[in-house]
Design a protein around this ligand. Structure first.
Ligand SMILES: O=C(O)CC[C@@H](O)C(=O)O
Length: 309
């Protein structure tokens, strides 16, 4: 089988798949159009997110049997077209769930205990204690939306901090020793912290909007390591300004592309997020540790070998 690798990943992918007699071709620079011209040659594609694999491209991929996404999010792939064309979709959230979960906990600890701000102040010679009083995770109710790999790994950590973890998911029967499944209404009634662990689809686009935020009974902390477009940023900023959202930890932004330059739009909401002390922003690195790079690659290789070797 001939496989096209469209993004740089851990070298174990090429090494291990070559050993199993797959023919690997690396192409980290060609454009969408270039890929369209040659996609017919391949039986498989391994991708992160460099090129959108839309219907137009997939219809040209006459021999394609699978698309393997090194990562969790598949919003770059037209899943409906892939299904119609009999192309199997594979992803690898098992590889970066632990990294995402640690990132969630880390961001919450930094935000709620003012760790970054206090440290910066001390380094500038400012010694403020009362102003930097923290808020403990212990005893908080955390509401997770989505209880797949990321949600569960997050629940496992936060339950260890003494949080009560509840979650809402479209699949039933997922409660376990770390968290209890509830209705969306129950989650909105009880959560002190809201964290998103859902894919980006038409249904989850702007899931957290003004109406959703108004439906939260308590003032709450908000965490997003899912996708920027799961949230209506303007509504989030309004809620941060009003105090309804006490603080936000954002690893993803609605406006993000692939670099910071792309973020410097003339946008008041973005300016607020970048300047507010109540907001922590990281550059989409929650699932991006040294360890997850290797684990993501290993998971994808194992899944390809299990189905196609
Ligand atoms: O591949 C990336 O750039 C990020 C991956 C991460 O968001 C995921 O969906 O697993």
């Amino acid at each position: 089988m001939k496989i096209l690798l469209l993004d740089k990943n851990h070298p174990l992918i090429t090494a291990q798949l070559s050993e199993k007699n797959f023919i690997l071709e690396e192409d980290f620079t060609s454009s969408y159009e270039d890929v369209g011209r040659k996609i017919e040659q391949y039986d498989g594609i391994i991708i992160r997110s460099r090129i959108p694999l839309d219907k137009n491209l997939l219809e040209k991929a006459k021999n394609l049997k699978f698309i393997a996404r090194v990562g969790a999010g598949m919003e770059n792939i037209d899943a409906e077209a892939a299904e119609t064309l009999g192309i199997q979709l594979i992803n690898s959230p098992e590889g970066n769930r632990d990294s995402v979960a640690e990132h969630v906990v880390g961001m919450l600890l930094i935000l709620m205990n003012r760790l970054f701000i206090a440290s910066q102040e001390v380094k500038r010679g400012i010694w403020l204690r009362e102003e930097n009083r923290g808020d403990e995770l212990l005893g908080k109710t955390v509401g997770l939306i989505g209880y797949g790999n990321m949600g569960k790994a997050t629940a496992k950590r936060l339950s260890g901090f003494g949080c009560r973890v509840i979650f809402h998911d479209i699949l039933p029967g997922l409660s376990d020793e770390f968290a209890t499944q509830v209705s969306l209404q129950e989650l909105q009634d009880s959560a002190d912290i809201l964290s998103l662990h859902i894919p980006l689809t038409e249904k989850t686009h702007y899931l957290v909007n003004a109406e959703f935020i108004a439906g939260m009974r308590k003032d709450f902390y908000f965490v997003n390591t899912a996708r920027g477009n799961n949230v209506d940023t303007h509504s989030l900023v309004m809620a941060l300004r009003s105090g309804k959202v006490k603080g936000a930890c954002l690893d993803v932004l609605e406006y993000e592309k692939s670099s910071f330059e792309n973020l410097e739009a003339d946008n008041e909401d973005l300016t607020y997020l970048l300047e507010s002390e109540k907001v922590i922003v990281t550059p989409h690195i929650a699932g991006w540790t040294h360890q997850s790079k290797e684990k993501l690659a290993q998971v994808i290789v194992d899944k390809i070998i299990a189905s196609f070797a």
